[in-house]
Design a protein around this ligand. Structure first.
Ligand code: GLY
Ligand code: MN
Ligand code: MN
Length: 244
């Protein structure tokens, strides 16, 4: 008998054992962020920052990175799938730091965007809009709603700032043994209907805005769906940090 998505569907709902590991994997990123911030400065390279983040993850007890650490600086921050290259960071850059580790087999995934030097007015405007979009999406998470409505909340908030056209990826993805699992938190697609949100799901909320040639902002956190809403598992502050 051919079957479809039986395992994937079962994996969307985490049991207490899995939730404990996912919570620890997310909370422990608090120990990684200070090293990440110390490593970001004008004159260093994206690759060196990624190395510092991965070393701090090992120090914090993670078995391995959950994916190739992303450090996207200056114009590269406008490329959501950039990894970490040899570009030298410079004053005025926005820098997207996207990292996560595997703990007890379970993944975490967080993104913060920082500024080297004081952010320009445009950088502040884009950051505030993405921050607002993420808050709107988190507020939209509750049992019984369609996953696409969480995406719509983020997209609507960005649209109010004229930035929905530069948000070219989905709002989030399930997190578990793999860093990308169901449910998909995105726009409705005829070929893959979106899931109904249920307690015990763990997924990311990661809206962004990417302005070619200028730079981009993404803010990503991991949430656990509860009986009435959600618990944000990642606890790193979300305010825009300016580094010297
Ligand atoms: N870093 C991969 C992701 O955020 O989905
Ligand atoms: Mn990520
Ligand atoms: Mn993610």
């Amino acid at each position: 008998e051919p079957t479809e998505r039986i395992v994937e569907r079962a994996r969307m709902l985490k049991d207490a054992f899995e939730i404990a590991l996912l919570r620890d994997a997310a909370v422990r990123l608090d120990r990684v962020m200070p090293a990440a911030l110390l490593s970001v400065r004008a004159g260093t390279t994206e690759a060196r920052v990624a190395g510092a983040i991965e070393a701090a993850m090992r120090e914090a007890g993670y078995e391995r990175p959950a994916f190739d650490t992303i450090v996207a600086s200056g114009p590269n921050s406008a490329l959501p799938h950039h990894r970490a290259g040899e570009r030298t960071l410079a004053a005025g850059d926005l820098v997207v730091l996207d990292f996560g580790g595997v703990l007890g087999g379970y993944c975490s995934d967080v993104t913060r965007t920082v500024s080297i030097g004081a952010p320009s007015r445009e950088a502040q405007r884009v950051y505030a809009a993405v921050h607002e979009a993420q808050a709107a999406a988190i507020a939209a998470v509750r049992p019984g709603v369609d996953a696409s409505s969480v995406d719509a909340a983020a997209r609507g908030a960005l649209a109010a700032h004229g930035l929905d056209h530069v948000f070219g990826h989905g709002t989030g993805h399930g997190l578990g043994l793999d860093v990308h699992e169901d449910p998909r938190i995105g726009q409705p697609r005829p070929e893959s209907p979106s899931a109904t949100i249920e307690p015990g799901m763990v997924f990311t909320i990661e809206p962004g805005a990417y302005l070619p040639g200028f730079g981009g902002v993404r803010i990503e956190d991991d949430v656990l769906v509860t009986a009435t809403g959600c618990e944000v598992l990642t606890r790193i502050p979300r305010e825009l940090v300016s580094l010297s």
